[in-house]
Design a binder for this molecule. Structure first.
Ligand code: NI
Length: 138
């Protein structure tokens, strides 16, 4: 268990006002929690850049009537099965499907999977949320 250390920060008045407005918009009630989250976000970005094992989600929206799209998406996922932990498929309406793919592995492999899925013809939306295994974060 690590201990908590308090420290002071010198900031330009305008910059602090902008920061306070930003965190208020985001619903933070104190600066410390907002600053902790900003630091954690940067640490997670560094995890993705460093090549360590990371976790995340890929979200796809597509029309399942598009010819051969289901087969193509399944093939791509089988080619990268080692980084896929779970998938959930939701039938949004008669045409559209939303699929969430939960991934864990190296950033290179995950980004390769995400870009292959995005490039599949008929995929209307694709996004990768870069999260963390949490092991190196407090
Ligand atoms: Ni569906």
């Amino acid at each position: 268990m690590s201990s908590v250390i308090r420290f002071g920060i010198s900031l330009d008045k305008n910059l602090l006002e902008s920061f306070d407005a930003l965190i208020s918009d985001r619903g933070y009630t104190n600066r410390s929690e907002a600053l902790r989250d900003l630091i954690r976000d940067e640490l997670v970005r560094r995890e993705w850049l460093s090549g360590d094992v990371v976790a995340g989600t890929i979200t796809l929206v597509y029309d399942h009537h598009t010819r051969e799209l289901n087969a193509r998406l399944t093939e791509i996922q089988h080619n990268h099965h080692s980084v896929i932990i779970a998938t959930q498929h939701i039938h949004l309406d008669h045409h559209n499907c939303l699929e969430v793919i939960v991934v864990q592995g190296t950033p290179q492999e995950i980004e390769k999977l995400a870009s292959r899925l995005k490039a599949a013809r008929g995929v209307k939306h694709s996004s990768l949320t870069m999260a963390t295994t949490g092991k190196n974060l407090l």
